[in-house]
Design a protein around this ligand. Sequence first.
Ligand code: ZN
Length: 172
Amino acid sequence: MRIFVLALLAMFSFVAVPKTFSAIPDGHLRLYHTHTGEHLDIVYRHGDTYIPAALAKLDHFLRDHRTGEVHHYDPRVFDVLRDAEQAVGRADAEIHIICGYRAPESNEYLRTHTSGVAKHSLHMQAEAIDVRLPGTPTLKFRNAAMALARGGVGYYPASDFVHVDVGPVRRW
Ligand SMILES: [Zn+2]
């Protein structure tokens, strides 16, 4: 019996070893904001642990470019961007940001001056980002984001961007 237990322990310790080698890769993003002209190259997650200082930089980078207001982002949306980019074979390529956080007054302004802006847009919860990936057809990026099924994905062909959020899974 003792030998059996020892064998079992040995087996488990052996099995446990490879896990350290298959750790979750770091979360890395390269971004360009089309409205502010700023670039950001950042590791925002080590393995499965988000890095608070990096998230603060991302929050500032994705501030409302009209009002300057900053809102804390749900970091899962960064993982969606990163994983969609990886899925289209463009890991670490620079993603262009069309819109990040939207203060309520900005959202209201857009809603009354443009079409396709929701009254309770998840941009106001800092849970949505509008992007395109130059060099990859936006439709392809949209399909990759949709396949992840981690939130909403909206496609805006006329303006050539895709909306991703971490709200309920839906598409438009
Ligand atoms: Zn959007």
